[in-house]
Design a protein around this ligand. Structure first.
Ligand code: B12
Length: 210
């Protein structure tokens, strides 16, 4: 079995203690960091399917997430190039009611390494927190919002609506993303941009800020 497949299997099985070492070993053997990352993302897809089929439950999903976070920690220096703050400030968070942060963290990491100063508000972020943070940081260029549940898509809609009504709206751009989000939904709720993954999010953020 390939080393990368072994990593994916151990992420899916939630073997947090093993994953860090396995990722390091694969890197030492010349595996590309992006290949390892993509395998771990696929593993989370497998976990999601198992959950959907009632083969595993929330606790197993949570430990798989912890294992993936460990792997990303080891990969981080290999994925992020650490540019200076060339493009300005970007505020990111997962919308109210939603606790998923692996994708949001990857987007934050790629955007930071593309040359932004990232203010990460975490998960389950109330609308008012996004608004207050832009007021506290009037030089903010972009607000990026993540939602992973169909049940928190309305929360994403409310957050974008509040940003669209804010006095600072003409000075910022709003980006949205997350597995259930589409370009059509982004257009419908009045966001400026949507992209499907972290690499394209970083590319789009650079375009929006320049
Ligand atoms: C891990 C996980 C959890 C963990 C999260 C831990 C954590 N710290 O994140 C825990 C256990 C907490 C959890 C809980 C729940 N979960 Co969950 N979870 C997952 C799982 C398996 C993986 C998510 C993940 O990390 N994917 C990997 C990352 C890299 O992908 P990503 O998040 O999509 O992000 C990428 C893109 O979407 C994009 N992106 C993301 N954000 C943004 C933002 C911007 C601005 C842009 C441009 C792009 C972008 O870029 C990212 C990187 O490429 C998914 C299954 C799946 N296939 O996604 C289910 C899944 C999302 N969960 C699901 C469910 C149902 C739940 C629960 C309701 C279960 C329950 N009964 O309690 C709860 C809800 C809790 C809550 N209130 O949020 C369902 C959602 C179904 C739906 N259609 O809404 C899924 C799809 C599983 C399934 N197949 O049923 N979950």
């Amino acid at each position: 079995m390939s080393q990368i497949q072994t990593i994916a299997d151990n992420v899916a099985a939630g073997k947090t203690k093993l994953v860090g070492g396995l990722v390091q070993e694969a890197l030492d053997n010349g595996c590309a960091a992006t290949d390892i990352l993509n395998a771990m993302i696929d593993a989370m897809g497998v976990v999601g399917e198992r959950f959907k089929n009632n083969e595993i439950f929330v606790p197993e999903m949570l430990i798989a997430a912890k294992a993936m976070k460990k792997g990303v920690e080891v990969l981080k220096p290999h994925l992020a190039s650490g540019n200076a703050n060339k493009y300005g400030k970007l505020i990111i968070g997962t919308v109210a009611g939603d606790l998923h942060d692996i994708g949001k963290n990857l987007v934050a990491m790629m955007i930071e390494s593309a040359g932004f100063e990232v203010i990460d508000l975490g998960v389950d972020v109330p609308v008012s927190k996004f608004i207050d943070t832009v007021h506290e940081n009037p030089d903010t260029k972009i607000v990026a919002l993540s939602a992973l549940l169909t049940t928190t898509m309305p929360s994403l809609r409310d957050t974008v609506a509040a940003l669209n009504d804010a006095d600072f709206r003409s000075g910022i751009k709003v980006m949205v993303g997350g597995a259930p989000i589409t370009q059509a939904f982004a257009d419908e709720i009045g966001a400026d941009a949507y992209t499907p993954d972290a690499a394209s999010a970083a590319q789009k953020a650079k375009e929006l800020a320049s």
